[in-house]
Structure formats: C-alpha cells, structure tokens
Design a protein around this ligand. Structure first.
Ligand SMILES: Nc1ncnc2c1ncn2[C@@H]1O[C@H](COP(=O)(O)OP(=O)(O)O)[C@@H](O)[C@H]1O
Ligand SMILES: [Mg+2]
Length: 250
C-alpha cells in the first residue's frame, strides 16, 4: 500500500529523516511510536505529499508520489483520510459542513444526499445529532470523532492518524481506539497512526514501528515490541529516563 524507501528530510540544516524505510501493507494498521519531536508528523506528511523528501521514494500503490505534480497529487490524496493532531476542523463551519466538505468539493452529490451521508458517518463515530453545532461547542474527544467522520467521508483506502489519543482522557482515548479498529474491520481500510501512547499502540496496531534518530529501529507485532530486547525500544516503552536514548532539551 505504502512503501517508504530510504527517505531523507532536513529542515534548516537539522536532519529529521535519515534514510527511513517502512512498508505499510494492505489492510493493516501500522503504528509508529517515538518521542515528541522525532519526526512522526513529518513522516505522515510525506505519505500524503504535504512534504517532499530531499531524497528517497514514497510509493503509494506503486506510484512514486514525490515525483508527482499538484494535479496528480490531488488524485492520490483522495485515497487518504487524515485525522490531524487536534482534529483541525474549520471553526467557522458547522459539524455537518466540516464532515461533508470533501463531498461538496469533489462530488456532484445533492445537498440532501450529502446531508444523509454526513449523518451516516457521524453515527459511525457515535456522534449523530450534532450536525448543526460549531467545533467550538465540542469537547476534545468529540472534535476528534468529528475529524474521523470527516476523514472517512471521502471513502479513503488508508487513514492516517496523527496522535489520535493525545490530549483526551483515557476513557475517550479507548473510545477512539475502538473506532480505529472499527474503521479497519468495517471499512477494510489500511491505517497508519503515530503516537507515544503505548496503551493505544498495543491495542490498535497490527504492527508497531519505533522511530528514533531519523530511522525505524525496530518493527514487529505488539507482542514482539512488548518483549523487545532492543535497548532503545525497551527504554521508550517502559518510559524510563535512563538508557541509550539521547535526551535533548526540547
Ligand atoms: N515545516 C517545517 N519546517 C521546519 N521544521 C519543521 C517543519 N515540520 C517539522 N519540523 C521540525 O521537524 C522536527 C520533527 O517534527 P514533528 O514531525 O512534528 O515531530 P513529532 O514526532 O512530535 O510529530 C521538529 O524538530 C520540528 O521542529
Ligand atoms: Mg507530531
């Protein structure tokens, strides 16, 4: 589905991705773990072509998206639903307008048809009946769920989740985890989530990849990661300040 091959990216002389390799298979949910600031969001943005690599290839269904122009990139982006960190809803629009946004932009559906689809997607995330509210009226967890409804509205083949459980309480976090599993199992979409929440990672992942120093240091099933002997992975998953991970001021 997605193959990231030897990707490099530097910002203002600071290398963030240093020859990163990763494959996301059809139908799986991949979870990328790593410290804040290690480049997880940067990696996700490369997958949908919001950032271009300095070197390396990003293949989506076999097509190198780094080489595409804006128009072709727009086509490829229709394969993706993205739940941004903080949900990134349009504040001036209602929930219904947010969720239906892509349908208004990219389809010839009537207002009535869109309205029905929006209600369906909202019910899938347990949020029916809030169509006319504004994002400012919603809690963080509700905003994430509306963001998820918007992500699935375009009928994506893959959904990218940027820290889906960060900033919400553990119970709402688990509701989001269940929804991510539901998306995989009922819509048969692939997923890629980045997080530093290990409870969430173990629950939603088919495979987990740990990112450190611009590369993937280990990739495996949740059990393989839990039982990892890699000292970097061990330190991260146990949340210890002692170990080989370089602690920079951040
Ligand atoms: N558009 C950008 N321009 C310059 N630096 C950036 C940009 N996006 C990210 N960075 C830097 O890249 C590093 C990784 O950021 P990010 O991917 O957001 O980390 P995280 O793993 O917490 O998601 C950070 O040092 C950040 O400041
Ligand atoms: Mg981030």
């Amino acid at each position: 589905m997605i193959e990231i091959q030897d990707v490099y990216k530097t910002f203002n002389g600071v290398p963030v991705l240093k020859g990163l390799n990763l494959t996301i298979r059809d139908g799986e949910t991949m979870v990328i773990i790593g410290r804040s600031g290690c480049g997880k969001s940067v990696l996700l943005k490369h997958m949908i072509g919001l950032l271009k690599p300095d070197a390396g290839r990003i293949l989506v269904d076999g097509v190198d998206i780094a080489a595409l122009g804006p128009r072709e990139l727009m086509e490829i982006r229709k394969k993706f639903g993205m739940l941004f960190q903080g949900a990134a809803l349009f504040d001036s629009m209602t929930v219904a307008e947010n969720v239906g946004f892509a349908l208004y932009e990219h389809t010839r559906m009537t207002d009535q048809e869109i309205r029905e689809r929006v209600t369906l997607y909202l019910s899938m995330v347990g949020m029916e009946g809030i169509e006319d509210k504004k994002p400012a009226e919603l809690s963080g967890g509700m905003r994430k769920r509306v963001g998820l409804a918007r992500a699935i509205a375009i009928g994506p083949q893959i959904i990218l989740y940027d820290e889906p459980t960060t900033g919400i309480d553990p119970i709402m976090g688990d509701i989001i985890n269940d929804l991510i599993l539901k998306m995989r199992d009922t819509l048969s979409v692939s997923g890629c989530a980045v997080t530093h929440d290990m409870t969430s990672a173990y629950k939603i992942a088919d495979r987990i990849a740990m990112m450190y120093d611009g590369r993937i240091v280990q990739i495996g099933s949740p059990d393989e990661i839990k039982n990892s002997t890699n000292p970097i992975v061990r330190q991260f998953i146990s949340g210890s300040s002692k170990g080989p991970i370089k602690i920079l001021d951040d």
